[in-house]
Design a binder for this molecule. Sequence first.
Ligand SMILES: NC(=O)c1ccc[n+]([C@@H]2O[C@H](COP(=O)([O-])OP(=O)(O)OC[C@H]3O[C@@H](n4cnc5c(N)ncnc54)[C@H](O)[C@@H]3O)[C@@H](O)[C@H]2O)c1
Length: 291
Amino acid sequence: MNISKDIKIRVIGVGKVGMSIVQAFAQSGFKVYGADIDKDIIDKGLKKVVQNLEKLVSKGKMNAEEKNAILSRIELSTDFDHLQDAAVVIEAVFEDMDVKKETFKKIDNLVNSKEALLLTNTSSLSISEIASVTKRPEQVAGMHFFNPVPVMKLVEVVRGTLTSDETVGQVKELARLMGKTPILSADSPGFIVNRMLNALTCEAARIVEQGVGSVADVDIGARLGLGHPVGPFELFDFLNGIPLLNHVTDYMAEELGERFRLPVWVKNLVRAGMAGRDSGRGFYDYSQKGK
Ligand SMILES: NC(=O)c1ccc[n+]([C@@H]2O[C@H](COP(=O)([O-])OP(=O)(O)OC[C@H]3O[C@@H](n4cnc5c(N)ncnc54)[C@H](O)[C@@H]3O)[C@@H](O)[C@H]2O)c1
């Protein structure tokens, strides 16, 4: 199969990242169809895409015709029949192996083309295990985007145990057509980027635990000493991602070693419901008005 901007792209699960993937495809000239089981999520997500594009128009980064052309390339629905003629399906449902497997079984049964690529945007789960429920594991790979997808230039292409060279080449080409830079990762927990990030964050948490430095000083150190745009604690607060960090590092600790286990004080934040900025508290306190 030739990868071009005319192929039929289908995104399954249009939550936070799925809808961002839809926007990125449409912005780079692809027609894209997004499906979700939840109509409310579709409506809210589309509103957000319209707002994002209007912001670009108001900043003079695109004109109103371009915005309308991008929106006209997006189709969204709770109907999964459009999967039948898909050339590429990108799955972005919840980060849960059972949900992923159920979704891939459904995709595999619905998609007619023998050549179609079945891709997952998982951040941490095994591509080989997801592929095992399909009749075409050679055409299953990871296509891991970074949020916000229209802005972030990186795509991790993840090769499962049975993924073919042809599939890897096609996914890389698709990423390039979106204006992204692909890097290739083997199927290993956290792949390349989240493995580096989670290792840094676990060490940062141990630095605090051992009284070597405070949360605020670790973040300042990462920004001013390492040149990172945000420190690790600020980042997970911003993403409201402390529970997910805890979940993923537990899995990475099982697979890769105890260096990925978060100290108890971070686990206690999760138990106390301190998920990050939106919950009012995370590594920092946002509960006071105006802070
Ligand atoms: N959040 C991030 O920054 C980020 C970045 C890269 C990759 N990811 C990965 O992207 C995936 C989605 O993450 P998210 O943060 O967007 O989650 P989310 O909870 O915002 O969205 C998941 C969506 O999947 C839908 N869904 C659930 N089951 C479905 C099914 N059977 N069929 C169709 N839709 C279904 C839900 O209705 C929801 O809209 C995860 O695998 C995650 O690891 C997340």
